[in-house]
Structures are given as C-alpha cells and as structure tokens.
Ligand binder design. Structure first.
Ligand code: ATP
Ligand code: MN
Length: 463
C-alpha cells in the first residue's frame, strides 16, 4: 500500500500507479454502472475523483455509505480522466469506510453556507472549500514568516503570555488570577489584595511581546517573536479578536531606515511565498471572495513602497479637494479614510508614513530633534490600510526618562527597561504585524473570525 496525499497525486500522479488515499467524501454522483466520489484530505482545494465500478464487492451497500462527510480509505489505480476538470482519477479496487456521516443530520451539505452559520459549527467548518483554503494560506504565511527571519539569522524568541507589566498601554487587559472570586481578599483601603494572588501582584495576558523582544535583541542583535497576544477589547468588529497572533521583529544597531527596508522586504517575501505555494487557493479567493486579491498582492510585490513623513502626508491630505469625515490637521491620528486615500488614490501603491507627532504614539519611540515628532513608521497598503506599525526605539536614558515622567508612567516598574539604556544601549528598531490581519488582507476574507481556526471574541469562545 502506497499511502499518498491527494495534492501530490493531482500534481505528479501518473496513470497505472497503484495508490491508497484517505480522506472525507465531498460529493457523490451515482450513474447506472458506476459511481463517482470526490475525496478531499485537506491537502489541496481540489479533491481526487474516485470511480467505483458496480462489479466491486458489496457495491450497492458501499455506495450507500459514501455520503458527504464520510471518512474513507481507497486503494486503486490511477487512470487518465476522460471527464472535464481533472487530469487523473482513481479507479477503486478496495474501499474502506472508517466513519459514516448521516446525510439527514450532517450539517455541511453541498450548498454554500454563510460564514456566520459556519462559525456556529467551528468543529466542522474547516472541511469547507473556503476555510480549507484560508487555513492552508495561513500555514503558508506562518512558514514564510519563519523562513524570512531564519534566512536572515534572526532568533525566534518566545516572550511570555503572562506578564506583570501593563506598560504597553495597547488596550484592555485580561487579568490572570487564582484568587477566589467569591471572596476576594481586600486591603485596608478595600482594594483587591494582590499580594495574596499567585504572583503576589496583578498579572495579565500579554498585549505585545515588544518590550521583552527588546531585552532579547540586546543580547542576540536580531530577534523576532511570533505568538499569541490578548486584548480584552469589547469591540465586535470584523478586525478585532480577543486572542490574536502577532509578529514582532526587533533589531539592535538598526535605525528607522533599516526598519523600513526590512519591513518592505518582509511583506514582499510573504506575499510572494504564498502566491508560489498556494496558487489554487489564491485563485479561489480572487474568484470567489474578492476579485482584487491577486492585484493587491502583485502591487505589494512589484512596487517599491513610497515613503513620506507624516507632515508631508498631512499637507497632501489638506491639498486634495476630497472631503473627509474626520477633518485633517497636523496632530490628527490618521483614520482609515486618510490612509486609504494616500495608498489607494494618491500613490496607488504601499506607502510608508514616518515621523508621527509624539502625542499620538507610544512612549518608547525615539524623539526627533524637533522635539515634536517621533521615529515611527506605519505601512499603509491599497485596499488594506495600515498593515505594519513600527518605530526606532528611544535608546537614550535621559530622553526616555523625560518621556516617562511627562506621561506620568510608573518609572519603578520599568526599571529593567531603563536598565537596557544604562548598560550597553544601542539604536534599535522593530515593528509589529497582526498575523490575522495579514491573512485577511491576503485572502480578502472580510471577517477576522474566519481566518483563525478557533476565534476568541466577546461572548464567543466555543470550540
Ligand atoms: P487598531 O487601531 O486596529 O485597534 P492597534 O493600534 O490597537 O490597532 P497595535 O497596538 O499597533 O494595534 O497592534 C499591532 C498590530 O496588531 C496591529 O497593527 C493589528 O494588525 C494587530 N491588532 C491589534 N489589535 C488587534 C485585535 N484585537 N485583533 C487582531 N489584531 C489586532
Ligand atoms: Mn486597538
């Protein structure tokens, strides 16, 4: 028995080869003297057509069991397919049914189900064409990310999921506690007494691995994190999850230019890799989900990104006769209408905007000599809007302390972050990319809950 994946047979299988496949029945067609069954094993969008001749033992009973969703193993011989749509098919010699799927009750039928409905059957939805394609593309994206950084000598570092620092200020935090919620210990001032909690202080699920990545970059020069992050944002949007994955490279001896160069090369690499490794899936998205998906990918891969400062971006936006819902003035945090105007209409390609006003960016970004702007960079892409946000970090101890004081942040808790500026500090920079947003952009899927196998969102943590 030569057990093969269907994707390999479709690509390289030759007539007269004896093979065995395993998978789930997608469709069945019964004719007078034989039956066709399409079998899918998740290795590709297309399944393999299996032909069952009526002279097979127990033919009638067998065919009765081969309903959509049934799991089977087929051994047979590859033959050229006379039918349209496939090069080869499998002439079955023996068929083994592992598990039947009752057509009366199996929730996935041939018709097209809505994504909302599919979310209610998260244990089965990965067997559909669209979700199958999404998770293959997701896998290719993840592989591309690791390949890109590993080829360049970056160390993959694992930053903690549980953190006692809430200094990132990126959003609402999930508290991690073992306190008995029915009788929470209180201090004299009736505050929760976290000294009795597991860590002896409040702890949270991380919202970003950046600060820890900076620690590791100060030892390994170039590192990246790629792991889950958590935000208890009670926003039911199509772009927010409570649990999502983030990619965060951090480079020592690197300034904003180096950061932008790396981010641009990174996006081009990941898009090219996915087009190369998942061509059928990407074609499917372009045909069935969003007909601009391939053009967007092409645009990212083949154009040098434009680069302008925030101040230049504001004056471009002020000059156009376009009216925006949010009026434009220096100091404004760019809204997605502005970002899309710049990328889609003005430049018609990805644009990197740099040097944002300090007041709309995080405390750790490096202050420019003007004392007003920081070395931040956001990459805006047509159809997509912001896809990457990054910065050169403040590596000067005095400047960082001044900023922390201005913002009234707790300096004591950041002692180790400040220490990195005390001992062997270097210019360094990095960026963050929301992994699910990347998969959304790549596939054209409108809801972020459909690009992660098990989405966590307000009131939704089933499966
Ligand atoms: P947004 O304005 O969209 O809420 P943000 O400014 O909060 O994003 P950052 O704090 O810069 O985002 O986080 C880095 C990246 O993580 C974002 O660019 C985005 O791709 C992704 N991201 C942020 N929040 C979420 C979320 N709740 N679900 C999925 N991805 C997210
Ligand atoms: Mn947010």
């Amino acid at each position: 028995m030569s057990l093969r994946r269907i994707v390999d047979l479709l690509r390289t299988g030759q007539p007269d080869e004896s093979v065995t496949i395993q998978g789930w029945v997608r469709t069945k067609r019964e004719l007078k003297e034989f039956a066709f069954v399409e079998v899918n094993d998740g290795s590709s969008m297309a399944g393999l057509q299996v032909v069952l001749n009526q002279d097979l033992p127990d033919y009638a009973e067998m065919v009765k069991m081969l309903n959509t969703g049934a799991s089977i193993e087929v051994t047979g011989v590859l033959v050229p397919s006379p039918g349209k749509g496939q090069r080869i098919e499998l002439q079955a010699n023996t068929v083994k049914v592992y598990g039947e799927a009752d057509p009366e009750t199996y929730p996935l039928q041939k018709k097209r189900h809505s994504f909302e409905f599919l979310r209610t059957i998260g244990h089965l939805r990965s067997r559909t064409n669209t979700l199958g394609a999404v998770f293959r593309v997701r896998n290719a994206c993840a592989t591309a990310i690791h390949n890109f950084f590993q080829e360049r000598g970056f160390l993959w570092v694992h930053t903690p999921v549980i953190t006692a620092s809430d200094c990132e200020g990126a959003g609402e935090l999930f508290t991690v506690t073992t306190l008995d919620l029915k009788k929470v210990p209180l201090t004299g001032e009736k505050a929760i007494d976290f000294s009795q909690d597991f860590f002896g202080k409040p702890a949270y699920l991380t919202v970003s691995g950046q600060l820890e990545a900076e620690i590791m970059a100060m030892a390994f020069t170039n590192v990246y994190t790629f792991g889950p992050t958590f935000r208890a944002e009670n926003s039911n949007t199509s772009r927010h999850l409570a649990e999502f994955w983030m990619v965060e490279p951090e480079m020592a001896f690197c300034d904003l230019e180096g950061n932008m160069d790396l981010a641009e090369a990174f996006l081009k690499y990941v898009f090219s890799y996915v087009l190369k490794h998942c061509p059928e899936d990407m074609e499917f998205f372009n045909q069935r989900i969003d007909n601009s998906v391939l053009a967007t990918a092409d645009n990212i891969i083949n154009n040098e990104f434009a680069r302008i400062s925030y101040t230049e971006a504001i004056s471009l936006l002020e000059k156009t006769d376009r009216t925006f819902e949010f009026p434009v003035s220096w100091g404004l945090d760019l809204q997605s209408e502005h970002e899309r105007y710049l990328a889609e209409e003005h430049f018609k390609k990805p644009v990197i905007v740099t040097d944002y006003p300090a007041q709309i960016k995080a405390f750790y970004m490096r202050m420019n000599d003007d004392g007003k702007t920081v070395r931040a960079m956001d990459i805006l892409a047509p159809k997509i809007g912001e896809i990457v946000g990054g910065s050169q970090r403040e590596e000067r101890l005095d400047a960082l302390e001044r900023r922390i004081d201005e913002l009234g942040m707790p300096k004591e808790e950041l002692w180790w972050y400040l220490d990195l500026r005390r001992f062997g500090t270097v210019p360094h920079a990095g960026f963050g990319l929301g992994f699910e947003r990347l998969v959304q952009f790549m596939t054209g899927m409108t809801n972020i809950r459909d690009v992660i196998p098990f989405p966590r969102a307000p009131l939704s943590a089933d499966f």
